[in-house]
Design a protein around this ligand. Structure first.
Ligand SMILES: Nc1ncnc2c1ncn2[C@@H]1O[C@H](COP(=O)(O)OP(=O)(O)O)[C@@H](O)[C@H]1O
Ligand SMILES: [Mg+2]
Length: 246
């Protein structure tokens, strides 16, 4: 479980997150929605301890996120697989090496012969054809690159998966592919997942629960079916597909 408790975060005089509390429960797929610039990426960075909050606390699997304690922070980070908005692959390394990267870096596989089957397994999980094994990232479509970055994250078996805007900038076909993949990961891995996004369609298709953030506050927290009938103004805007500035 990830527990976010009374988190406040400002940058200079700009209050971004104002007393935010929520939990991601075991096996749950939690979507956090908000307009561009509302603090979604900041929230993910706080969860993995890349930045510190001003007030409040966060725990991941019962462990406090404490940016001042590198040893405990390393343990928290090992539990979390963060998939960045942009694939952030190593351009000069093959798909195989990109996916194997975390396994090697963390020394998770003692026998080098076991790396290949692990990489193959992750490629199957994300529906990436193994013929891409020796390709370089710039030879792949954007959605395939995204799959590589997800496979790389899954390879180290995180307890928690955190996605930053998985479908942003994708065309409808690629978005549908990504949504199906998110649903498949949920079905097959049953891993606790937090997705921050402003893609309401993706959220309604994939989420067990939705949280909506507006002006630093949670303005909705509930199941997709309740979101569909919510009277919260921003929920209505999202449903009606009002232009959200991105
Ligand atoms: N390191 C930083 N320094 C100053 N301001 C920041 C920093 N990171 C984020 N912000 C500000 O915090 C707000 C929320 O950013 P972000 O979480 O990236 O939004 P989004 O919801 O689009 O992911 C923005 O106004 C952004 O400019
Ligand atoms: Mg962001």
């Amino acid at each position: 479980m990830i527990v976010v408790s009374k988190i406040t975060k400002s940058f200079g005089s700009r209050l971004v997150l104002d007393d935010i509390s929520f939990e991601a429960r075991p096996g749950e797929s939690l979507f956090i929605l908000g307009k561009s610039g509302v603090g979604k990426s900041v929230l993910l960075k706080l969860i993995v301890g890349l930045i510190a909050s001003d007030q409040g606390s966060i725990s991941v699997g019962g462990q406090k996120v404490d940016v001042e304690n590198p040893r405990l922070l390393a343990q928290v980070r090992r539990k979390c697989g963060l998939v960045f908005q942009f694939p952030a692959l190593l351009d000069s390394a093959t798909v195989f090496e990109n996916i194997a990267f975390g396994l090697r870096a963390r020394g998770l596989v003692e026998d080098p012969n076991l790396i290949e089957p692990r990489v193959f397994e992750q490629m199957r999980t994300v529906d990436l054809d193994t013929s891409f094994l020796n390709s370089y990232p710039n030879q792949l479509s954007y959605v395939a690159q995204k799959k590589v970055s997800i496979a790389r994250t899954l390879a180290v078996s995180p307890d928690y998966l955190l996605f930053d805007e998985p479908t942003t900038g994708m065309d409808p076909v690629a978005t549908a592919v990504l949504n199906e993949l998110l649903k498949k990961l949920k079905r097959e891995l049953n891993v606790t997942t937090i997705v921050v996004s402003h893609d309401i369609k993706s959220a309604l298709a994939c989420a067990d629960r939705l949280i909506l953030i507006d002006h630093g506050k949670i303005v909705f927290d509930g199941e997709p079916k309740n979101f569909k009938s919510s009277n919260v103004p921003l929920a209505i805007d999202f449903r009606e597909g009002v232009s959200l500035g991105k």
